[in-house]
Design a protein around this ligand. Structure first.
Ligand SMILES: NC(=O)c1ccc[n+]([C@@H]2O[C@H](COP(=O)([O-])OP(=O)(O)OC[C@H]3O[C@@H](n4cnc5c(N)ncnc54)[C@H](OP(=O)(O)O)[C@@H]3O)[C@@H](O)[C@H]2O)c1
Length: 286
C-alpha cells in the first residue's frame, strides 16, 4: 500500500474500498472480504444506506481500529449546524465507532456553510481526524477554504481516464487539499474496461485495465476509491503496487481526457434540481 499525508499530518491509504450501491444484504460480507484481501480504507456515506453494515464488518474484522481509515459523508438534507452535528453522531453510532478518520460534505448544495462549521467543531473535539468536501468545483473549494478557520483536508471528486480533473487537482494542490477519486472506472461507462489504449498498456505488464487506471491514479497522487462486490476483483484492484507506468504511458493516458463528467456537471441548475428531487425521495430514510 502507498499512503498520502494530509495537511494536518493525518496519514491516509492511497487506495480505498468504496461501498456506494452495495446493498445492505451483501455489504457486511463485501467489506469483510475487502479487509481480508488488504484494504484498510473504507469509504461510505449517510446516503448509501449501509453505514450499519459497514459498522458490523469493522467490529467483526479483527483489525485494530487505528489500522483502519473510515470515511463517511454528510447528506445534503442533514446540512445546517445542528443537523450536521446530530447526523455525524448518528453515523458514529451506526458505524459503532468513537471517532471517524474523515467526514466529507457530500455535495456543494444547501446550507453547507452551517454543516462545515459543525465539522470544524467535531474536528476540534477529536471526533473526526480530518474534514473535507466532495464534488466541490475549484471556485466552491476556494470559497469554503478561504472563509473558514480550517480549510478542507480533502475534496472527493469524479476522476477517471475520461474525466481527469487536471485543473481541479492543481487548484487543490495550491490549497493543500488532497484529491480523492470517486468512480475511478467511471462505473464501466463508455466501455471503460475495453479501452484500447488502457488494454495495450496493461498487456505490457500483464495487468488489467482496472489495474492500469488505479496505477495511473497512484502516480498522479490521487487517492482512489474503487468498488467491487467480487472478491477476485477486490484482489485484482489492490495488486497495483508492483509495477510502474512510464512517462510515455502516463502521457498516452492523459490524452484520453475529455474534460467532461460521465455522470453530471455539478455546476448546472439542472443538477441542483436533480439533487432536490433525490433529497425528497430519500426524506426520512437517512
Ligand atoms: N462523493 C461522491 O459523490 C461519490 C459518487 C460516486 C462514488 N463515490 C465513491 O467512490 C466509490 C467508487 O465509485 P463507483 O462505485 O461509483 O464506481 P467505480 O469504482 O468506478 O466502478 C464500480 C464498477 O466497476 C466494476 N468493477 C470493479 N472492479 C472491476 C474490475 N477489476 N474489473 C471489472 N469490473 C470491475 C464493479 O463491478 P462489481 O461490483 O460487480 O464487481 C462496478 O460495476 C464508491 O463506491 C463510493 O465510495 C463517491
Amino acid at each position: 500500500m502507498e499512503y498520502v499525508t494530509l495537511s494536518n499530518q493525518v496519514v491516509m491509504p492511497k487506495l480505498g474500498f468504496g461501498v456506494f450501491q452495495i446493498s445492505k444484504e451483501i455489504c457486511e460480507e463485501c467489506v469483510l472480504n475487502a479487509i481480508q484481501v488488504g484494504y484498510r480504507h473504507i469509504d461510505t456515506a449517510q446516503s448509501y444506506f449501509n453505514e450499519e453494515e459497514v459498522g458490523q464488518s469493522i467490529s467483526k474484522c479483527g483489525i485494530p481500529r487505528e489500522e483502519l481509515f473510515i470515511t463517511t459523508k454528510v447528506w445534503i438534507d442533514n446540512y445546517g449546524y445542528e443537523k450536521t452535528l446530530s447526523s455525524v453522531k448518528k453515523s458514529l453510532e451506526k458505524l459503532k465507532l468513537d471517532y471517524l478518520d474523515l467526514v466529507l460534505l457530500h455535495q456543494p448544495f444547501g446550507d453547507y456553510y452551517g454543516a462545515y462549521r459543525a465539522l470544524q467543531d467535531l474536528y476540534k473535539e477529536g471526533k473526526i481526524r480530518a474534514i473535507g468536501v466532495s464534488n466541490f468545483s475549484p471556485d466552491r473549494l476556494a470559497d469554503i477554504a478561504g472563509f473558514n478557520e480550517i480549510p478542507p483536508h480533502v475534496n472527493q471528486v469524479e476522476v477517471n481516464p475520461l474525466h481527469q480533473q487536471v485543473a481541479a487537482q492543481e487548484n487543490m494542490i495550491k490549497r493543500n487539499v488532497q484529491i480523492q477519486a470517486w468512480a475511478p472506472f467511471g462505473e464501466g461507462k463508455c466501455n471503460m474496461f475495453e479501452n484500447p489504449t488502457l488494454k495495450e498498456i496493461g498487456a505490457k505488464y500483464q495487468k488489467s485495465v482496472a489495474q492500469v487506471i488505479l496505477r495511473w491514479l497512484m502516480q498522479r497522487n490521487v487517492v482512489a476509491l474503487a468498488k467491487s462486490t467480487h472478491i477476485e476483483r477486490m484482489k485484482e484492484n489492490i495488486e497495483i503496487f508492483d509495477f510502474e507506468l512510464s512517462n510515455d504511458e502516463m502521457k498516452k493516458i492523459s490524452e484520453l481526457d475529455t474534460n467532461t463528467s460521465l455522470f453530471f456537471n455539478h455546476q448546472t441548475p439542472e443538477t441542483v434540481d436533480y439533487f432536490l428531487s433525490i433529497i425528497e425521495e430519500r426524506k426520512g430514510k437517512i
